[in-house]
Design a protein around this ligand. Sequence first.
Ligand SMILES: Cc1cc2nc3c(=O)[nH]c(=O)nc-3n(C[C@H](O)[C@H](O)[C@H](O)COP(=O)(O)OP(=O)(O)OC[C@H]3O[C@@H](n4cnc5c(N)ncnc54)[C@H](O)[C@@H]3O)c2cc1C
Length: 381
Amino acid sequence: MDFTFTEEQEMLRETVRRFVEQEIPPEKAREIDERDEFPHELLQKLCDLGFMGINVPEEYGGQGGNVVDEMIFFEELAKRMPVLAWAAGNIILYGNHIIGTNGNEEQKREYLPKLVNGELKFAYALTEPNAGSDAANIRTKAVLKDGRYVITGSKIFITGAGIADIIVTNCRTGAPGTKGITVFLVDAKSKGYSARPIKMVGHKGSNTCEVHYDDVEVTPDMILGGEEFLDRGWYQMMRLLNKERLVLSSCALGIGQAAFEYALNYAKEREQFGQPIGRFQTIQHMLADMATELEAARRLAFYAAWKEINGMECVKETSMAKYYCSEVAKRAALHGVQILGGYGYTMEYDAQRFLRDVLILSIGGGTSQIQKNIIGRQLGL
Ligand SMILES: Cc1cc2nc3c(=O)[nH]c(=O)nc-3n(C[C@H](O)[C@H](O)[C@H](O)COP(=O)(O)OP(=O)(O)OC[C@H]3O[C@@H](n4cnc5c(N)ncnc54)[C@H](O)[C@@H]3O)c2cc1C
């Protein structure tokens, strides 16, 4: 089997790496983490360099790349600064993909070029206090009144909801369950919309918020795809899932790889009993496990992506990738702390940040348990 990347993809990886080295020295990543500030400036630089058009067709101002390109981009970025990858994800995944896949022509022309150049930021609002894994149970409702939809309800854990311009909001418009959900593109400046940031363990600066819709009015043309998609939002969102899982797998891989490289360097330098700790078999074995599992996880993720870009059925593989990559990266980050001993437990070394940042990957975008449920169903159980 051919596992090589194209020349363009190798160049893309190189370009992202160069960006990271020039613009995000490790001190910068630490600073943003400590200040818990949204990385506006860095995100705009990514826009200025055209990265946000990675998956947007050329006619709307992008490069028309595929999910493998996205994965390369996200892996490299998350390796240095996961919160920036998270912020870019809100544009590439929840902006470009959602509009590109489900928007009507007018919406594509209106939003895609502005997402690419940084004029507009999106946030994706599905989760509610009583509907997390059980997302089809959302209750935020939109009711048609005098020609406008009036949205009332609350969302929780919405990344970037306090800085975004458009909130892609999943609402209940019809029957309970999957058949009565509509997706609205809500202007964050609308009267009755509010977002309160919640302090998170990791991904500091992500601006993850609790959101309230207090009689927020939207016109019917703000339904994703247009009025004919009333009550069909669930199926629109289903079209996002494979790509979402693959992108999140890459973010996990990036953090896991960073934790591994950090611990490897430490193990070569730190001496105890007159020799580098990397000479002790226990430390070697931890690093060998990290390297092996990360390699296996990466192969699985790119195999799933290969199926996706070739139009093959890959629900099982993308769920496996999301589950496995996030768990492997979590194990790598934990080993990383252990390899640094007491220093790993201080805030002065990056090992703790990798661990804090990686924990969300097995929760957001469908928990590891939910991914295993999906894999089980795909196995006919
Ligand atoms: C930092 C952060 C950013 C986020 N960003 C966004 C965002 O931008 N937009 C958005 O819409 N959401 C976002 N989320 C929400 C995220 O997608 C949910 O937290 C996630 O889907 C889990 O839902 P929950 O937290 O309500 O947990 P619950 O669903 O209550 O799950 C709790 C536990 O029960 C387990 N569980 C639940 N159901 C089952 C089952 N059927 N079988 C087995 N185990 C089960 C879960 O695996 C988990 O371990 C974000 C969350 C965080 C923490």
